[in-house]
Each structure stands twice: as structure tokens, then as C-alpha cells.
Design a protein around this ligand. Structure first.
Ligand SMILES: Cc1cc2nc3c(=O)[nH]c(=O)nc-3n(C[C@H](O)[C@H](O)[C@H](O)COP(=O)(O)OP(=O)(O)OC[C@H]3O[C@@H](n4cnc5c(N)ncnc54)[C@H](O)[C@@H]3O)c2cc1C
Length: 394
């Protein structure tokens, strides 16, 4: 089977490696000039790490990333503990892997290169079209390649062929990568956040090292209404730093490193999913098929799981059967996480006054009563339900 993978991001590389190993003829297209990844840090949860292990990219990712055993969030003024989720005992087998996007990308890209998978850059996909022989991919200026037996759309939020119309979320964030300061008071094995109501949130995530640098890094994020993100470039940096450290004074050694607007990348979020993420000889995975705010830290994991489930179905079933089977295998897991993200995000990122009150004075005390700590832990790990239902393990 000839497969075109459109988009060489997290899901695209995972799908390419697994499809090539399954014996399919794979071509990967991306719009970038040379393979690269933009952005800051993210968390690979245990479910995503199991896919990285299957891909042979876990060792490299573990060598680069930082193991996080705990997630802590406090109300900024009172210091009240609002979010307190543990993966497992510090130093143990259960953790979320904080990692810079570029380190994850290079771990996956190294495996793809070692397996002889060619990535064709400077190919911006405009559309795809079906004819009697298969599906063709159009790149504009009359350039078309194909026919392919299957096109896998892994173009993320920028997909030009997915019909997904995501609902814009009212808050986004600015994200930056900074050095982990020497003699820092904060724990390096923990994601930490501070909140003021739901309108202000600042967080720091240890992410290990980035390619070409041995200094340990952190991802720094600051929540902002979507309307203000547009004006971020015009806000004096000093004023922003004062606001941030007023919320969390211990963060000064991190925020002091931000001296130019270009160090913080604005990100806006959307929420939604495709009811039917496949058509004739085309299937959408990752952010091209479903989007949510990064509050639960699941997006990259979802893309990895989608890729693994899809290629498994293509190995086990005929093309006609494989696409609906893939959707069935992933639907419940994706839907539950979409719903949880939809419910939790406004408690941390909105103008609502009642929800943060509920978060701090009702849900937070409840979250400490068994079995809630275990439930919350499995929620962040991505393992609240089987992520690949009814598929045999690899
Ligand atoms: C600020 C932020 C923080 C996040 N934090 C987390 C986290 O902690 N944990 C987590 O799991 N997830 C997180 N996510 C989400 C995660 O990054 C995405 O869900 C994940 O990258 C989706 O993978 P993907 O393969 O679908 O798309 P991507 O990894 O985005 O890859 C898409 C690829 O398609 C290419 N492309 C796009 N359009 C075209 C085109 N027309 N033609 C050709 N190529 C094209 C792009 O160049 C890119 O290489 C975060 C997202 C953001 C924005």
C-alpha cells in the first residue's frame, strides 16, 4: 500500500515509522524548509511514552527530557494548595516526561532517518483529490503527486484538508524556554503553577536539555486572554515581569531571562473534533482530527496514540475496514479527554469568578479524599480508560 503522510510533526513521524515497519510504501511531506520543530515544552504522559518505546525513540527522549513526578498548583495570594497530583513515588517508574518539542522531534526524526524514511520538505499541501486510481495530493502551482492508496493527514492545527472547525477558547498563553537557574529553590521534578482566580496563571515545567545545549531548561508559560495575546508585542517587558513576579516572587530568576518579546511565543487554543475523521482513502489523526486546550497535557500523546492505533488497524484489516476500526479504537479515549479538558480549562483559564471558587474550596478538598488522588493521577497519565480499545497489544 502506498501511503502519503502529510505533516511531519509528532503524529506524522510516529505514523511514518510504524507504517514503514509494517511494510507500507511511505512518503512524508511537510511545508518546512528543513526538518524542525517550533515551540516550547510539553509533557509526554505514560501512555505517550509507551508509544515512544514501541517506536524506539523512548531512550533518546528520556535522555533529553526531565522526569516529573508531581503537579502542584497554588492560589497565588493565599498559597492554598489547589492542584496536587502525583504520578507515583519520586524516582519511580511513573512520571510525566517534560521535554522540549525540538528534543522530542529529534528523537523521532533520528529513528525515521535510521529506518530510511525520506521526508520531503518545502511541500505545502493545498488539497487532496480522489480519482479512479487513488488519492492525489496537490501542492499548488500545478504540482500534484500520487496516486496514493491512503493519505494520512497529520498537519495538526494548520491542516488544509481537515474540515474541523474548532471553537476558539477565550484564553491562550505565551510560552518561552529559559535556563533552569542555578541555586533555584523550586523542585526540578515537578510541574508548578500559581493562579489568581482563573484570569491569571503562571507555570514552570522542567524540560531537560535541548539539542546543542547541555544546560537544563524550563518551559515558562503565562496565561492571557486571546484578545490580549495580539497586543503582547506592545506590552513593556518590565511591566510583564513585574506582573508575573507579583503573582509568584520565586519565579524572578526565570522571568528575568526574558528580555525580548520574541522569547515568548504566543499560542491560542481551540476545542473540537471531527465526527468522522476519515473519508475515502484519507484519514485525519492528531490535532487535525481533535483539538483541546493543553491544560491536561495530552495533545502530543493523543497524536502518538492515534498513529499507533491507525497503523495497527492497517496491519490487521483491509483498508475499508481499518479506518472505521481505528476510529472505534480511539473514540472513547479521545472523547473522554476532550470532555475533561472542556470541563477543567475554564477553572484555570477564564474570566469566570465562580469556577475558581469551586476549584479552590470544593473540588480541591474533594480531590484529597480517596479514591480521587488515584483517579486524578490516572487522568493525567492518560490511562483513565484503555487508549486503544479492542485492539490487540503490539
Ligand atoms: C502551547 C502548547 C502547549 C502544549 N502542551 C502540550 C503538553 O504538555 N502535552 C501534550 O501532549 N501536548 C501539548 N500540546 C499539544 C501538542 O503540541 C499537539 O497536540 C501535538 O503537537 C499534535 O501533533 P500533530 O502531529 O497532530 O501536529 P504537529 O505536531 O503540530 O505537526 C503538524 C505538522 O504539519 C505540518 N503542516 C502544517 N500544515 C501543513 C501543510 N499545509 N502542508 C504540509 N505540512 C503542513 C507542520 O509544519 C508540522 O510539522 C501543546 C500545544 C501547544 C500549542
Amino acid at each position: 500500500m502506498k501511503i502519503a503522510i502529510c505533516g511531519c510533526g509528532i503524529g506524522g513521524l510516529a505514523a511514518a515509522i510504524l507504517a514503514s515497519r509494517a511494510g507500507f510504501d511511505v512518503t512524508v511531506f511537510d511545508q518546512f524548509d528543513t526538518p524542525k520543530s517550533v515551540g516550547s515544552g510539553l509533557v509526554i504522559q505514560p501512555v505517550g511514552l509507551s508509544v515512544l518505546k514501541q517506536l524506539g525513540a523512548a531512550e533518546a527522549a528520556l535522555a533529553k527530557g526531565a522526569k516529573g513526578f508531581h503537579m502542584i498548583g497554588r492560589e497565588a495570594r493565599s498559597g492554598r494548595l489547589v492542584l496536587d497530583v502525583t504520578y507515583g513515588a519520586p524516582g519511580g517508574e511513573n512520571f510525566g516526561l517534560g521535554i522540549h518539542r525540538a528534543s522530542l522531534f529529534s528523537a523521532l526524526m533520528d529513528v525515521a532517518k535510521a529506518e530510511g524514511i525520506a521526508v520531503t520538505g518545502q511541500h505545502r499541501v493545498i488539497s487532496t483529490r480522489l480519482d479512479g486510481q487513488g488519492r492525489f495530493v496537490d501542492f499548488g502551482n500545478g504540482k500534484t503527486l500520487g496516486p496514493f492508496d491512503l493519505v494520512i493527514d497529520t498537519m495538526g492545527v494548520g491542516s488544509t484538508v481537515s474540515r474541523l472547525v474548532a471553537k476558539p477558547l477565550p484564553y491562550g498563553a505565551i510560552w518561552g524556554t529559559v535556563d533552569w537557574p542555578e541555586n533555584c529553590k523550586l523542585r526540578y521534578d515537578c510541574l508548578q503553577q500559581r493562579y489568581r482566580r482563573a484570569s491569571h496563571m503562571i507555570g514552570v515545567l522542567p524540560i531537560g536539555t535541548i539539542p546543542g545545549d547541555v544546560a537544563p531548561k524550563a518551559a515558562l508559560f503565562w496565561s492571557m486572554p486571546r484578545t490580549q495575546i495580539k497586543n503582547w508585542q506592545h506590552m513593556p517587558i518590565d511591566q510583564w515581569r513585574r506582573q508575573a513576579t507579583a503573582l509568584w516572587p520565586d519565579l524572578a530568576p526565570f522571568t528575568d531571562q526574558i528580555t525580548d518579546h520574541s522569547q515568548m511565543i504566543p499560542a491560542v487554543y481551540g476545542h473540537g473534533n471531527l465526527r468522522k475523521p476519515f473519508g475515502e482513502r484519507i484519514v485525519h489523526i492528531g490535532d487535525a482530527a481533535h483539538r483541546a486546550s493543553p491544560q491536561l497535557g495530552q495533545g502530543a500523546n493523543m497524536a502518538l496514540l492515534d498513529a499507533a492505533a491507525l497503523i495497527k488497524c492497517l496491519e490487521l484489516f483491509s483498508l475499508e475496514q481499518a479506518l472505521p476500526k481505528y476510529v472505534k479504537a480511539r473514540r472513547l479515549h479521545t472523547n473522554i479527554y476532550q470532555a475533561m479538558s472542556w470541563a477543567f480549562t475554564p477553572m484555570y483559564q477564564s474570566d469566570n469568578r465562580a469556577l475558581p471558587f469551586l476549584r479552590d474550596y470544593v473540588l480541591s478538598p474533594l480531590s484529597k479524599i480517596p479514591p480521587m488522588p488515584t483517579v486524578l493521577s490516572s487522568l493525567v497519565k492518560g490511562s483513565m480508560i484503555d487508549p486503544m480499545r479492542k485492539l490487540p497489544p503490539s
